[in-house]
Structures are given as C-alpha cells and as structure tokens.
Design a protein around this ligand. Sequence first.
Ligand code: NHX
Ligand code: ZN
Length: 371
Amino acid sequence: REQTLNQLLVEMDGFEAKDNIILIAATNRPDILDPALLRPGRFDRQIVVDRPDRDGRAQILRVHTKGKPIAKSIDLAVLAGQTPGFTGADLANLVNEAALLAARKGKRVIEQTELEEGIMRVIAGPEKKSRILSEKERVVTAYHEMGHALVGHFLPDADPVHKISVVSRGQALGYTISMPTEDKFLTTRAQLEDQMAMTLGGRAAEELMFNEITTGAANDLEKVTSTAKQMTMRFGMSEKLGPRVLGHNQGAPFLGRDMHSEPDYSDDLARTIDSEIRRIIEEAHQRARDILTEHRDDLELLSQVLLKRETIERDEFLGLLAGEPEDVVFAERDAKAARAAAELERESDKDTAKPNKRMPYPAAPEALPEG
Ligand code: NHX
Ligand code: ZN
C-alpha cells in the first residue's frame, strides 16, 4: 500500500500545468487517506457523494430505466418519492428486480406492482414463502408487527406506517415499514424518541399479549441500543451529560481507525453513560407499553386481520383504525386481485397462441435468490 501511495505521488509530481491532465479518484475511506495525497497541487478538490435526494433519485431512475420497457403510467418522480434513503445502487437493483419479475410473468412492460415488489426486495429481501411457521409463531409475529405499527401510528414524531406484513422476507419473519414523508437531513430528539418507542413496540406487544418474550426482537433491540447510545455519546442529547461527545470515532463509527483505543472519559462518567442509555431505552419501552395497553382492542383486532390478510397497506391500516369493517377496507384490493387473475388467464391464452410476443430480454429466474 505504501508503494502504491509513493508511486502515485511521484507520478502526480510529474504533471505540468500545460499537460491538461485531471486525475480523479474515489474512496469510501476518506478518514485514512495519507495527508500527502491531499496537499495543494495533488488531489486538491473533494467532492462528497452523498445519498441522492428525491430529485437525484428521479434522475438516477431515469438512467437505469433507459432501454427498459416501463409502463407509460409510471411516474419516476413518484417512484423517487417512494424510495427515501435509497442509494444509486439500490435504485439500479430495484429496477433490475422489477424487470426480472415482469419478464418472468411474461409481461411486455414493467408496471407499478413489479416496481413495488422491487422496492420491497431492496428493503427486506425476497419473500420466503417456503419458510413455514407454526400457528403460534405466526400469531406472535402478527402481534409483534402490529405492536410496531400501532405505536408508530399513535406517536406524532414517528415516521408514518407504510406497510405491515407477516410474509417472511430475508432474515425477517415479518416486518413493518415506516417511511419519512420527505428527505430528512436533521432528526430531532423527539423523532428519535418516538422511533425508539416504535422499534420497541414489537417486543412490548409480545409482553402484553403473551406474558412471554422471544428471540425475534434481536434486531429491534440492536437498533434501539445504538440509537440510545448515539443520543448519549454523540448527539449530546442527555441532560445529565450535556452537549458533549464521549468516546472516539463518533463521526464515522464503521470507519474507525483505532477501534480499541482508550475511552476518553472517567470510570465514573462511564457509569453515568450506562445509566443514561438504560434510562432512554426504558422510557421508550414504557411509552410503547402504555400506547399498546391503551389501544389493546386495536392491537387484537388488527393483528387478527393481519394474520388473515398477511399484508396491510397504509390506507387499509388507517381504514381499520377508523373502524371501517374489514370487507369494506379490503374491497378494492379484492376486486383488483380478481381482475388481475382474470387478466392473467387471458394473457396466458394469448401467449400460447403467439409465443414470441414476450419481453425482448431474457428472464433469468434462476439468477434470483428466492427461498
Ligand atoms: C430466526 N428470524 O433467526 C428467524 C428466522 C419477532 C416475529 N430464527 O423485528 O424476524 O427471529 O418487526 C438483520 C435483519 C436476526 C438481522 C433482521 C437478525 C432478524 C423481525 C431475528 C420478527 N420485525 N427476527 C422484526 C424477526 C428472526 C433477526 C437479523 C434480523 C419476529 C423479527 C429475526
Ligand atoms: Zn420487530
């Protein structure tokens, strides 16, 4: 590595102003670059490539859908709005997944359903229909997910609930997706607190309904612990500790150079940090329990609907909470499913007559990791 660096510096020193050579390089470890590389006359401009914003995502989607048969009804700006936090690679991936799905179904164009499934695959991985849960596990999963959803719904500063599902995807037996309404650059303390309560809503629902807890909340607990730790040690959000940073590498936790360096605070402060992290998590946990206790009827009713329907979309969730009967809430989806089934029937008849009228590029279903 040293030799590469030295050779690079030597070569760069050979440039004359008249050579018209611009050298561009990229790294995802800016923290460990040798300072010699960044001196004037060497790499002297830095362009930070952040995650794209909504407009950036629309433009990236334009690039990745070029040459792919996208239905005319698809608005890439809307799709960009449905993918906050996605990177360019995520967007490329979602379009590719959607194209494969459309091809596999023998469709001529990629439609909204395929794009939505593409989004879900990027967020949570492909569906694992083959993972068969026991009835008890399905029930626990439904209550766990509905716990997240209800706590999120009743807290003003949590992101709105987008989709709730007990269909396995990737590592997860179920999931609740909440999404910010717009790109966020700053997060308030209230937002972090509500987000933590929502994340603990799954475990809290298990406690209230079954007086028993499971290993399933592991990932939720990791998220909550990390948030509470950052609030205390990085964002100065503990009144007891004040607006200060505690510990090293707070700027880039995963890029840290010296992972095992000494703490920069006393043993005494370490105890306070621990107790603050603990207090923040316990308060979020208690808030989740309070909300679910208050809305226990909703929890029971909606969890049963979730068990039956497997996935609940935002509008359906709001309808059910407003007291609309299940068959009314799902009328649109049921009608659409019936139409799609009829359509598929007709399409497959046509395809047998004219087998060449399929999508122009090869479907590669065997390339998809599907459980
Ligand atoms: C297992 N998975 O490992 C099974 C397959 C509480 C109903 N035996 O919190 O599925 O138990 O709201 C990355 C992402 C472990 C790493 C997810 C490591 C999940 C998901 C455990 C639902 N939904 N948990 C959830 C869940 C599990 C796990 C992970 C991870 C459950 C819960 C996983
Ligand atoms: Zn969970």
